[in-house]
Design a protein around this ligand. Structure first.
Ligand code: PMP
Length: 384
């Protein structure tokens, strides 16, 4: 049996999305900037895609910018707002648990002279809002807080934080990396005082290399990619029509299915969590259900290094991730688990299981059947 439990790293593309993108690749392949019929047809795909996503976010079509994924959306959010506001503001507030596509950009800006404040989290991974509000000032151009952490699944109260930030300083731009939350939760950015919201198609059964950034109307932000002036000069380059259309269809499908698939995903997670908790030496690193996304479960198998467990499971056809799959620097300890103050041993043995609607209860039971003898065997090996 095969069990792919690494859906926070990426997901399988919906067959309907494959069908649609195929049609665009091979038949409706025009460049939306062309003035002839093929171009107009391609432009219609872009316009429809914007409409679909705007409908989901309850925002205006013109507030959606297509990008090459969340890494670009996050880079644009932080650097673009800095460039637009640097004349009179020089402080960026973010958190200690951001994805590298935010944290590395923050460090880059710091090297350029920006004052970066990284807000700590508690032992559950929830951002310390008192410290965050204390750090606010007229000098802050942006507050960036992720919606759902990709390693533990902890859900940050971004709507509440954004609203409080705006109440105190209406000019501060509020950004949220919402990659792991989109399609799991219905968060309407405008209604929640969020100015910028990043998402990525391949996390919700769309294609890789395409994402979007919600940019609230009138937000002060500069483009990073200059050229032919596509997307109202905010992001030049020939539009990725198949990717964008595929993403929008995937977004619609995942939202249509959300309540059923979230409930199924949660059932699978519960079966696995309950089974693992019966085993000696297992610690759950994800927070309690009320503040955790349904699709992520981070667990430490004490005494067995993450990579050892990962490859042992792989041999049985079970695919998981150690810490964050998105970090290319595998030697570095997970910033999220470190910020939660977990022991070195617990961090070294952390495994992330992440689920999607494609997973089944049979797969969960298969994992539980495999993992106890496997863990006992690996533990023995470590001791000898
Ligand atoms: N932010 C988070 C929280 C993520 O999980 C990821 C993907 N691993 C990204 C940003 C980057 O997204 P992309 O792969 O679209 O660049």
């Amino acid at each position: 049996m095969e069990a792919y439990f690494d859906n926070s790293a990426t997901t399988a593309v919906y067959p309907q999305v494959v069908e649609l993108t195929n049609k665009i690749f091979t038949k409706d392949y025009g460049n939306p900037s062309s003035l002839h019929m093929k171009g107009i047809e391609a432009e219609r795909y872009l316009s429809d895609a914007k409409e679909r996503i705007a409908k989901i976010l309850k925002c205006d079509k013109k507030e959606i910018l297509f990008t090459s994924g969340a890494t670009e959306s996050n880079n644009l959010s932080l650097i673009g707002s800095y460039l637009a506001n640097k004349r009179n503001k020089n402080t960026l507030i973010t958190t200690q648990i951001e994805h590298p596509s935010v944290s590395q950009v923050a460090s880059f800006l710091e090297e350029m002279g920006v004052n970066v404040i990284r807000i700590p989290v508690d032992e559950k991974g929830i951002v310390d809002t008192d410290s965050l509000y204390d750090a606010l000032s007229e000098d802050v151009f942006m507050v960036s807080v992720m919606g759902v952490n990709n390693e533990t699944g902890v859900v940050e109260p971004v709507g509440d934080i954004a609203s409080e930030v705006k109440r105190r300083y209406p000019d501060i731009i509020f950004h949220s990396d919402y990659v792991q939350g989109f399609s799991k939760y219905k968060l309407y950015p405008s209604r929640n005082n969020i100015d910028l919201l990043s998402a990525s198609a391949h996390k919700f059964h769309g294609p890789k290399g395409v994402g979007f950034l919600f940019i609230k109307d009138k937000t002060r932000i500069k483009p990073l990619i200059l050229g032919g002036g596509q997307q109202n000069n905010m992001r030049s380059g020939t539009d990725n029509v198949p990717g964008v259309a595929g993403m929008a269809l995937a977004a619609s499908l995942s939202f249509e299915n959300a309540s059923v698939s979230n409930a199924n995903i949660k059932k699978i997670k519960d079966i696995i969590k309950d089974g693992l908790l019966k085993m000696d030496g297992v610690c759950i690193n994800s927070p309690d259900d009320e503040i955790c996304a349904p699709h992520i479960l981070n667990v430490s198998f004490m005494g067995v290094r993450s990579e050892v467990m990962l490859h042992a499971l792989e041999e049985k056809g079970i695919y998981v991730s150690s810490g964050s799959a998105c970090s290319s620097n595998k030697k570095e300890k997970s910033s999220t688990l470190k910020s939660m103050n977990l022991s070195m041993q617990r961090m070294d043995s952390a495994i992330r299981f992440s689920f999607s609607e494609n997973n089944t209860i049979e797969q969960a039971l298969y994992l539980l059947e495999i993992i106890e003898p496997l863990y006992n065997q690996l533990k023995k090996f470590v001791r000898s």
